[in-house]
Design a protein around this ligand. Sequence first.
Ligand code: CP
Length: 302
Amino acid sequence: MLGIKNLTIDDIELIFETASNFKEIINRPIKKVPSLRDITIANVFFESSTRTRLSFELAEKRLSADVINFSSSTSSVNKGETLLDTVNNILAMKVDMVVIRHSSPGAPHFLARHINANIVNAGDGTHEHPTQALLDTFSMRLHFGSLKGLKVAIIGDILHSRVAISNIFALQKLGAEVMVCGPNTLIPMHISELDVKVELEVRKALEWCDVANILRIQLERQQIKYFPSLREYALYYGVNRQLLDSLNKEILIMHPGPINRGVEISSDVADSDHSIILEQVENGVAIRMAVLYLLAGSPSVN
Ligand code: CP
């Protein structure tokens, strides 16, 4: 599971169908199933994470897999060990599957070419975050029944967002129309080649869409200033209650997290009845259970 780009619609439908079954199971009093009892999974995180890491770990435990967690900040990476050596040493301990988050785009693809184990991309730099896109589109599907013709605006720091790229691929495969919106400096130069609409005014994007997927400004990936200040960003691109109330329509509010309250989204929008931000997190466990379960049943490709 390296990205959404190469998945077929049938792949996505199979993941959704499997996730629906797991969603039902994890809402039972006994949430655990023995499906991955003989499988060991390593969560290898070279970047900070709350939702994705915990969600994968919980998904693995709900499936009865054995789990080990690796965090680069407390590892021998600090002594100069390479990515490939690190993962090969983990695999030598009879690990079957690797879930990896890395700041370098393509790191999971590089591993997949060099090791004989299933790799799950938990976010590679500014490239892809496939399980986030799957849980986002799964959440939309649960809400609307179908994504065909659904208008989804992705608003915020598109330039540095792996969530945006994976969402664009997943939404288009499922028949949704996609718009990206943000300051010109945070819109990738060739984004329209992905057949998405581009809008620089957040009000117009909100007037157009059924769903607003609001993204955080990724200051940690920005080496230069793309806008004068966070205050100014919030003023021109922040989604707040006053703006939504002035539209005379209801929009489903989504955010992959972590939220910067008062910057890209106000608290009264993030915590409103129109927001499904915590439903997204809940659905993330079922989606990751589905991905791990389906991969465990497939042979790894060298
Ligand atoms: N949405 C997401 O990837 O959050 P984390 O960075 O906390 O995992």
